[in-house]
Design a protein around this ligand. Structure first.
Ligand code: SAH
Length: 393
């Protein structure tokens, strides 16, 4: 077993059970990509068993802090069974959910979503890549399912020096699927869609949106960065008279249109707009249009804290425009999925947007990811999706 020796004082975060070691913390030692290593402090104290990533700034990702644990086939089976067991206790109103959420489930670099009878996995670190076949078999055994599609094509993989890799790992057949979420149906192509096919982390916020649209009687709804129209279907289910979905992806919008029909809503209540959100908000403002509810769910403007300042300006601008476009008493569901923008900073950004728009509002709710995308106490980096529900005064 190869040993990675840390520099003096650099053991502190591992002792707090934070699972990452950066390149600069390592005094000596190395290994092949994904190889299991023993990580020790400067004084030779055992810290963790980990996977080595020779090409990543995050050089080491901990598998286990228990010295007596072996990193083998049984280890991965235990971790996957534990992740699935806890999901069975969570309130999930869907047949699609995240089964494994990387570090939060003690499996750094491994993300697994279930869509009905199909599993979709991302292997994002050298360690995850090395154990891919073992993890695939453990997933099938723990779920009793036979189909596993790989979507290891996210940018994070290149930071590990890994090539994109997609396709059936186990089983095969159609990649076009339909799932149930709350009271509605949604479809996706797990081979083509964003991430693993759909944004499961917004499931409960879509329900909250439907409920708010109904409670406040919102008639005219604008869903910005709509993707395949999950929030649009929610708005229609909540009784909205008209919903506009804006996205720059034509295939996503085609699916949004299909989702309106799939759920039995009159197509005349929905408009799909293939356009840039920033430009659309400006045009609507110029045209004097107003809305009773607006969703802003943009892509990650700040992948890391280093991008936070530029991202903050972009978030502020769309929030300012949305606040101006809302009728008095209207609702803003505004989100950021940037890990580099924390909830406090996001609140400040929306406050700045309100100041510029000369609009104040009540914060009715603070929103986050569904509990199947858990945050853990020891790994603050796991918090990424945050949102505010604002009632314009
Ligand atoms: N709210 C969605 C998820 C949104 S993901 C859901 O609940 O499923 C972000 C979306 O923003 C993607 O679909 C992407 O195509 C779109 N997008 C990114 N930049 C855009 C821009 N400048 N204008 C319009 N859409 C954009």
């Amino acid at each position: 077993m190869k040993v990675i020796r840390l520099r003096a004082g650099k053991e502190r975060s591992l002792l707090r059970r934070h699972p990452w070691v950066f390149q600069g913390s390592i005094a000596k030692g190395g290994a092949d990509a994904g190889e299991t290593v023993r990580v020790e402090s400067d004084a030779g104290q055992f810290l963790c068993w980990a996977a080595f990533s020779p090409n990543s700034l995050i050089r080491v990702r901990a598998w286990s802090f228990d010295e007596s644990e072996r990193i083998d086939v049984a280890f991965f089976a235990r971790r996957i069974e534990a992740a699935i067991a806890v999901r069975q206790r969570l309130p999930v109103a869907s047949d699609a959910l995240r089964l494994v959420h990387g570090e939060a489930d003690g499996l750094p670099g491994v993300v697994v979503d279930r869509y009905g009878d199909t599993l979709v996995a991302q292997f994002m670190s050298a360690g995850a890549e090395r154990w891919k076949a073992v993890i695939a078999d453990a997933l099938l055994a723990a779920t009793g399912l036979g189909r596993l599609y790989e979507r290891s094509d996210a940018n994070a993989r290149s930071l590990e020096g890994l090539e994109p890799s997609t396709g059936w790992l186990r089983g095969g057949g159609a990649t076009e699927l339909t799932i149930s979420e709350h009271e509605w149906k949604l479809s996706m192509d797990v081979a083509e869609g964003h991430k693993t096919g759909y944004y499961l982390d917004q499931r409960d916020n879509r329900k909250k949106f439907a409920e708010a649209v109904r409670h406040y009687g919102c008639q005219r709804v604008l869903n910005c960065f709509s993707y395949t129209g999950g929030f649009s279907v929610a708005a229609l289910a909540g009784g909205a008279e008209s919903v506009i979905s804006v996205d720059s992806s034509a295939p996503a919008l085609a699916r949004a249109t299909a989702h309106v029909a799939l759920n039995g809503f009159d197509p005349s209540r929905h408009q799909a707009l293939d356009a840039d959100v920033n430009q659309t908000l400006r045009e609507f403002l110029k045209a004097g249009r107003t809305f009773d509810a607006i969703v802003l769910d943009p892509p990650k403007f700040a992948p890391t804290a280093a991008h936070a300042e530029r991202a903050a300006r972009a978030y502020k601008d769309i929030n300012r425009l949305a606040l101006l476009l809302l009728a008095p008493g209207g609702l803003l569901f505004t989100f950021s999925c940037s890990g580099g923008v924390g909830p406090e900073l996001f609140h400040k950004i929306v406050a700045g947007a309100g100041l510029d728009a000369q609009v104040d509002g009540f914060i009715l709710d603070r929103l986050g990811a569904t509990p199947d995308h858990p945050q853990t106490i020891c790994f603050p980096e796991g918090e990424y999706l945050k949102g505010l529900l604002v009632l314009k005064r």
